[in-house]
Design a protein. Structure first.
Length: 450
């Protein structure tokens, strides 16, 4: 899109948003339609994606094959992560979703006719997935990833809906959102949609293989990877030009690394097997997942077929370009750096070397290497600081049923010691990351753990 066209689009969107903000006529809201929709559970492999059928179908059969396919696709969409609370019943909603604009609560998507989606048709469900609208035309808040789900085919949407109809209904009314003014006015979403949402379908690239296209469909559509791995701006939207370039996840204080930059994610020089292992098992010889990504692997990716996991790996690897560039040398003041690195080495030798090795080589896949680890060296030091503070485990999966974890050091190390050891790790063994400060460590002590 040309800059002039983008500028006009931005102006029109802002103008519309401001006009709607002044309006006192809020859109009607069905109490059973609060946040979004989608599901989970399975291991059968669905067929490759097809182009969407015309959205005229109003009834969907509940045959075993269709339900099994829908269950698998619901896993791929990681619907359970949002629509089920730890103590709640499957897909009954109610999970709090903190945002910079207030707290959203996920909706009940069980087939209960009064509080869930029991009265919905397949058309209604596809409208929600594809258009980000409720059956009555009301607008969904974009915490529901309809910006990605719009690429899901009609066939796959119908399968997911058929599966959801087999879930035991739960009578549980949706909890009202708690949003700050003016964001509690749903009509503002029209302005947001003008800026950041375009309905679309997945269109295979004829220049690429079927495997690559399958991976692209899963990553860009059901997997909604861009929701975390694309930076969010002050209006809660993202730019297609910055897709998969990484950014801080709002309210969670984890950094989702770029999937397009070798300097950060390093997928360009990873093997397809290592990428697929990381996605499916949570561990590989190149790295380990922690934090929000561990939940994605636990709830979703471990259940995908080997073929689909490999397809995602093929697509993700294609996003990285060439050989990883040399990171810029870290500018460390001599006197201060000597003291910091000396303290960091002392802490590392005492607390870290027994697992990660004196030279940072680790014992993969159980203890990840730190030397040459691009996730350690990337521009943001949020993730390594959080791991030292809070520790953590990779997910327990069939490929890694007994995960090795890292203990937390928040109670035993001072801010200065944490800054020192993270700086030591980021600048030793050929690593060329930037140093961190005690203030950086202190700022993350109160970060949410989930």
């Amino acid at each position: 899109m040309k800059p002039s066209h983008l500028f006009k689009k931005v102006l029109s969107g802002l103008a519309l948003a401001l006009a709607l903000a002044a309006s006192t006529a809020a859109l009607a809201q069905n109490p059973a339609q609060t946040s979004g929709a989608t599901p989970t559970q399975a291991q059968s492999q669905p067929p490759a994606p097809t182009q969407p059928a015309a959205p005229a179908q109003t009834r969907v059969g509940v045959g075993g094959d269709l339900v099994a396919k829908g269950e698998y696709l619901a896993r791929a969409g990681d619907c359970v992560a949002c629509h089920t609370t730890p103590e709640g019943k499957l897909f009954s909603g109610g999970r709090a979703m903190p945002t910079p604009f207030g707290t959203l609560y996920t909706s009940n998507i069980t087939p209960d006719p009064e509080t869930g989606i029991g009265k919905w048709t397949a058309d209604d469900f596809y409208k929600t997935m594809h258009e980000g609208r409720f059956p009555d035309g009301g607008l969904l808040y974009p915490a529901m990833p309809f910006t990605s789900y719009t690429k899901v085919t009609r066939e796959d949407s119908d399968a997911i809906f058929a599966y959801l109809r087999t879930i035991p209904p739960v009578r549980q009314a949706d909890r009202p959102h708690d949003l700050q003014f003016p964001y509690n006015n749903r009509s503002l979403i029209l302005g947001w949609r003008t800026l950041f949402f375009s309905e679309g379908t997945f269109r295979p690239d004829p220049k690429q293989s079927d495997e690559w296209n399958r991976g692209a469909y899963l990553v860009e559509g059901l997997g909604h990877c861009g929701m975390c791995h694309t930076a969010i701006n002050a209006l809660g939207g993202s730019s297609e030009s910055k897709a998969f370039q990484g950014g801080l996840i709002p309210m969670q204080n984890w950094y989702a690394p770029s999937l397009t930059s070798n300097k950060e994610a390093g997928l360009g020089d990873w093997s397809i097997k290592d990428i697929a292992d990381l996605l499916k098992s949570g561990v590989s010889h190149r790295g380990v997942v922690y934090g929000p990504m561990a939940e994605v692997v636990y709830n979703s990716l471990q259940y995908l077929s080997d073929e689909d996991t490999r397809a995602m790996a093929v697509y993700l690897k294609s996003l990285a370009q060439g050989t990883p560039p040399e990171p810029a040398a870290s500018p460390l003041p001599t006197t201060e750096s000597s003291l910091l690195l000396s303290l960091g080495k002392t802490v590392y030798d005492r607390q870290c070397a027994s697992c990660h090795g004196a030279e940072g080589k680790g014992m993969p896949p159980h203890y990840p290497p730190l030397a040459g680890n691009q996730s350690i060296q990337m521009g943001s030091a949020v993730n390594p600081i959080r791991m030292v503070l809070n520790g953590g485990y990779p997910p327990g999966t069939s490929g890694n049923p007994h995960p090795y974890g890292m203990p937390p050091f928040a109670q035993s190390l001072s801010d200065n010691e944490i800054a020192a050891v993270v700086t030591y790790i980021r600048t030793s063994w050929g690593n060329r990351g930037a140093p961190v400060s005690a203030a950086d460590a202190n700022a993350l002590r109160s970060a949410p753990l989930d």
